[in-house]
Design a protein around this ligand. Structure first.
Ligand SMILES: C[S@@+](CC[C@H](N)C(=O)[O-])C[C@H]1O[C@@H](n2cnc3c(N)ncnc32)[C@H](O)[C@@H]1O
Length: 170
């Protein structure tokens, strides 16, 4: 089972949209099994990853809502299908902003129950790019429910969408 909608193709698309230079330091918040970390390393980035329940090589145990790094530690933060799951999407965005250097990039794919651009701005990011991946997410989520391992439970009612967003710390 892919652990985020779109799998590796989505990760590559996010990197393409963000245009990060090789050698950039990248924190994966909610890194899970470490697949994205391995890809980042193979592409010449300097990645670190934290997760409440690490399930792969190189993923450190850590809470993305209280990341164990000083302010301005990273050139970029990537997070895929983890901020909403954390139960505090706004808090996660604020924490991503805190650990980024000024001008640092946010590469986020997540489910949203409110307008994504407004949410990013409220956490101190300019929105650079946005792609609506709701159709992919629906397919992924239905498949996950069918298998009995849907990552998000207790979702509120109302209209939702799944987006890739590239932000820049103001
Ligand atoms: C759907 S999985 C996605 C994993 C990974 N980003 C990927 O795409 O393969 C969501 C992940 O978020 C992690 N997570 C949820 N809340 C967290 C928190 N507060 N701090 C760190 N990780 C958290 C879960 O343990 C899980 O590994």
């Amino acid at each position: 089972m892919r652990s985020h909608p779109g799998g590796e193709a989505h990760t590559r698309r996010m990197l393409e949209l963000a245009g990060l230079p090789a050698g950039a330091s990248v924190l994966d918040m909610g890194a899970g099994a470490g697949e994205t970390l391995a890809l980042l390393r193979a592409l010449g980035y300097v990645p670190r990853g934290i997760d409440l329940a690490p399930r792969g090589a190189g993923v450190e145990r850590g809470d993305l809502l209280h990341a164990p790094y000083p302010d301005g530690s990273f050139d970029a933060v990537i997070s895929q299908c983890a901020f909403f799951v954390s139960g505090d999407q706004r808090g996660a965005l604020r924490e991503a902003n805190r650990v980024l250097r000024p001008g640092g990039r946010l590469l986020l794919s997540d489910v949203f129950f409110e307008e994504p651009e407004r949410l990013l701005r409220s956490a101190g990011f300019d929105l650079l790019r946005a792609e609506d991946e709701t159709a992919e997410w629906r397919e992924y989520y239905l498949e996950a429910i069918w298998r009995g391992d849907a990552p998000c439970c207790g979702v509120p009612g109302g209209k939702s969408g799944y987006w890739i967003l590239i932000g820049r710390k103001e």
